[in-house]
Design a protein. Sequence first.
Length: 308
Amino acid sequence: MRAPSDGPVTAGDLLTLEELAHFRRASTLRGVCLVLHAWGVIAGAIALYLLWPSGLTLGGAVLVIGTRQLGLMVLMHETAHWLLFRQGRLNTWVGTWLCAAPLGADLKAYRRRHHLHHRHTQTPEDPDLALSVPLPVARGRLAVALLSDLGGRTALTRIVRWRPWQGGLAQAWRRVRAPLVANAALCAVLTALGGWPLYLLTWVLPWATWFQLVTRIRDIAEHGLVGGADDPLRNTRTVGAGLLARALVAPYGVNYHLEHHLLVFVPCWKLPEVHALLLAKDLAGRMERAASYAEVLSRAAAAKGWVR
């Protein structure tokens, strides 16, 4: 382990061999608990609405379920890095059927794209660069985008632009099979519990509204308005998240994105420990950080008006 210099920081600058072994170690039990937690919270929100159906409980369910849907995407991201479980096949199976498919995502395609994102972070070859390049934007423009998320317009646009049939029928079937099966199972269970509108209200509605909003906020926070591509302490951001933010915006350590990029082999539940390690090594002044998601959005909307 070397003392961190002013140059780019690497794992070798920060960790001893013992620490490296500790941070690399995944836990199947932890992975199971995270997946059960996500689906347990979703089930609890649905049960609350079933027991006391009202606009208030439905609104609460939309917020809670939409955030756990993002949580499932975070856990899919963990499986893309083979970090949720020790067993590789278990990562792929759970990541596909319990995390990605219910939300219409494709783990294998995401895994390929996401590994390129890590290899080429904030460079022209980064497949996710388009998420951060347009920033900052005018306040009115950002407000319209956020309202489009909440109003369902963003989700509708994504559905209209989805082209699963590109590449032929075999590729189309491979893309739609898991989402169709997963959502058919969800629809069947929820229909049995409370009728088919329950599926629309407690799964489709959260996905079409709050999930779209918190996904945009996550995209802005992670790489929007960050520093140089060569410095892992500056090319992404960590955001402070209290209990409410973790419940409604940033599940399962997703706010520790700088730590994830710096030490990509660390499971999400160990990222707070990595954050504490960086602070203990007096690196806080070199890290791209924000105190809250409200601060990030304020930075992203840096100008008045409706045009950039």
